[in-house]
Design a protein around this ligand. Sequence first.
Ligand code: NAD
Length: 339
Amino acid sequence: MNKVRVGIIGAGRIGKIHADNLIRHPQAEVVAISDLFANPSLESWAHQRGILNVTRDSGEILSRNDIDAVYICSSTDSHVELIKIAAGQGKHIFCEKPLSMDIEQTQEAIAAVNRAGVQLQVGFNRRFDHNFKRVREHVQTGAIGDTHVIKITSRDPGPPPASYIEVSGGIFMDMMIHDFDMARFLTGSEVEEVYAQGSVLIDPVFAAYGDVDTSVVTLRFANGALGVIDCSRKAVYGYDQRVEVFGSKGSASAANDFPSTAALCTEEGVISDKPLHFFLERYQAAYVEETQRFIHCLLNGEPVPVNGLDGWQAERIARAAKLSLQEGRPVKLPPIGSG
Ligand SMILES: NC(=O)c1ccc[n+]([C@@H]2O[C@H](COP(=O)([O-])OP(=O)(O)OC[C@H]3O[C@@H](n4cnc5c(N)ncnc54)[C@H](O)[C@@H]3O)[C@@H](O)[C@H]2O)c1
């Protein structure tokens, strides 16, 4: 195989990003795209990009013989079923996060992938962010010594609409899932215990759906390190995504990315740009790289860099965090192998 022929399922915000990145990749070809609400406007968008097959029926994509891999970019509640069918058809899979909101279902999807012997990469795009990758390198080379504390700041510029909140799966599964993965990625250790606190401080609509908009989660890792993640659905100054890993020999940290480093200095004070607006801007290059890695691994028979088990582990932490918030106590994760 010298080219990966791809079908995309779900042509919303993230599906279109992946489509554009795949189109630009010299060793990928987007054969078809499907969306439940495919319409002439999507057709025209796709045709402009040379994607000639547009359908409302994901089954058409999954049964095509001229497709090697599928990108599952549809709403989360459809992921598991689509993974199972795609695996059954022998197709490699890139699936957006989370794999599902139910870790038992996620396990079923992973089992189907393993039975079929296909690859499954999960869309934890932040692992490919240039800043976070560099911090991880410093941890891995031993430059900061033994890891003692990890701090993650994760704040969106504004909350999603109520219709999204209703079906999002809640702040832990929808938003902090990325941070739980980042915590595992940066420390290289598994989370053993989670204690979550949460409040509704931004919009009462979160309470109406049994959710919170502000949360602090503390983590205890298997290697003894401790972690803290602070998360907000609204930072008035923009998308705030920073990390610090502190260890016995020092610390490694990454700040936000900005549109420019220009500063306006006057007698009133100093003004600079707000951080890059949101995930589409901040992680633009990371989305490109995660697709490059996926295609590279398929073409070279290498294991994908972030797989189904990584997706499942992050979901286990999210589930424990939800239970912790509900019951107001720290929750130990069951040992791996017991659920
Ligand atoms: N990694 C990231 O940074 C990131 C960012 C945003 C969203 N996501 C994830 O990507 C997924 C999609 O999110 P989005 O923001 O693009 O949502 P979206 O609502 O913009 O798009 C989802 C699209 O999928 C379509 N769809 C739903 N079920 C389908 C099915 N069975 N077959 C075909 N099409 C179907 C919908 O019609 C919609 O157009 C979610 O799982 C979300 O958690 C990941």
